[in-house]
Write a protein that binds this ligand. Structure first.
Ligand code: ATP
Ligand code: ATP
Ligand code: MG
Ligand code: MG
Lengths: 256, 256
């Protein structure tokens, strides 16, 4: 049975896109069929997977407002088993347009239903906000994976995110669980990273994955080559960490 | 005559809040009267300036929907001459509520009019999106200051941001100009930073400030002490860069 995981955090720049594309690549490498849904108007997930701009004419905006089916938007990537629904800049106006729809909270869930059974996992890359786009991801998802940057400002918003997930679970999606919290951009030279990491582990316990993603320059170089770091430099610390994370995520999934 | 500057970029985590609070502090240090408007539901600017949660009961959300006047929301900080309109989590639902108002694009501009003449500068810290909140900032502002992180993904969205500013200028706010683009989190050990910086200077020319903000751990430590880095560690490279940036911004302002 296929599963849908939303990669979400309203704090900006914490590694949502980097986590979504590398986790997806690692899962595709172990023969899982994966669909990445780019729900961020910036289209970083589409770019990070090498989807050209001419392949984004039909995108997640058109799927949400009902102009096209999800099948028409799906693009294959150079990675076997990994498909993408790209995003487009129109998406930044989607929130205001979605308000008009009766079923505005479930547009994504309904659109996904057509193809979800073709994939083992659907990963949704969310924008840095808790507006209608992220809410659509949370009502469509079975689980949420939360990247958390080891910085003070990033720690601040986490309780608001958890409260929002609880609210969606209670009112709209009883299935919804937090799959886990992954610490990102951990810099061992910086005491702040340690302090944030130990605070998070103390507060959230086992929800936090053992795998920690280190700050690693190869990770930030990969997008300019249109590849996930897993393909750009498999042996670097960033890639190795995402491979470990994928096995941890799959282990938790198998325990369900 | 007072001026309003929106600190905006839809890419997340590029240094909008850090730039807004440190620029404001540096300007207050040379006796300018400054109001910071926190328009981000995360409230990082409020936290970074030491505004307690009990001081945020009336915030930018209540001002935007018209429940309170801006005067009722203004809080003094421990920095002489620097006041703040804090934000609250209600703000994350504001975009959907604002859609109902006829004057939804100008709610902030109208609300600010009551007190804008009491300040030399109003700096607006925008959320990481180009939705109604940022559009309200762009119709209220005279100028936009764009922090641009020296990373590939951050480069991608810049043309969309510039097109949005042009569109707002043409349709709603003929005054609006880009005051400048500031390169942030520049890491001299990393070739990517150099590559991005030279691309940006080549494309935008003199719009880019000479001052470059280096990646500097003291900057990311300061928020946990509720202080801008300018007060937390005045001598560090990050603070020195923000002092230079403030003098560059004021120089450009005096040329108007
Ligand atoms: N482990 C890492 N080491 C170094 N750089 C990283 C790492 N993870 C992500 N980055 C870089 O940090 C920046 C932010 O990451 P990313 O864009 O994935 O975050 P995001 O949460 O998706 O941002 P947004 O909120 O804008 O969607 C990017 O330039 C990315 O390349
Ligand atoms: N020059 C710097 N050196 C090191 N860390 C920095 C620097 N500037 C900002 N940071 C840190 O990087 C993170 C992102 O910065 P900040 O929160 O200011 O960005 P933002 O654009 O306001 O993010 P958002 O899009 O979520 O509003 C913060 O944890 C901040 O402390
Ligand atoms: Mg992203
Ligand atoms: Mg911010």
């Amino acid at each position: 049975k296929s599963r849908c995981i939303a990669v979400a955090n309203q704090k900006g720049g914490v590694g949502k896109t980097t986590t979504a594309i590398n986790l997806a690549t690692a899962m595709a490498a172990v023969r899982k069929k994966i669909l990445i849904l780019d729900l961020d108007p910036q289209g970083n997930a589409s770019t990070g997977l090498g989807v050209r701009h001419d392949q984004r004419a039909i995108n997640s905006y058109h799927v949400l407002i009902g102009e096209n089916s999800i099948s028409e938007a799906i693009v294959e990537t150079s990675i076997p088993g990994l498909h993408v629904v790209p995003s487009g800049v129109d998406l930044s106006g989607a929130e205001i347009e979605l308000v008009e729809f009766e079923d505005r909270l479930f547009r994504l869930k309904t659109a996904l239903a057509e193809r979800i059974d073709d994939y083992d996992y659907v990963l949704i890359d969310c924008p840095p906000a808790l507006g209608l786009l992220t809410v659509n991801a949370l009502t469509a998802a079975n689980a949420v994976l939360v990247p958390l940057q080891c910085e003070f400002f990033a720690l601040e918003g986490i309780s608001h995110l958890v409260r929002t997930i609880e609210r969606i679970k209670k009112s709209y999606n009883p299935d919804l669980e937090i799959q886990g919290i992954v610490l990102t951009m951990f810099d061992s030279r910086n005491n702040l990273s340690d302090a944030v990491a130990s605070d998070v582990r103390q507060y959230f316990g086992d929800i936090v994955y053992e795998t920690v993603i280190p700050r690693n320059v190869r990770v930030s170089e990969a997008p300019s080559h249109g590849k996930p770091v897993l393909l750009y430099d498999t042996r670097c610390a960033g890639s190795q960490a995402y491979i470990h994370l994928a096995s941890e995520v799959l282990k938790r999934e198998s325990r369900l």
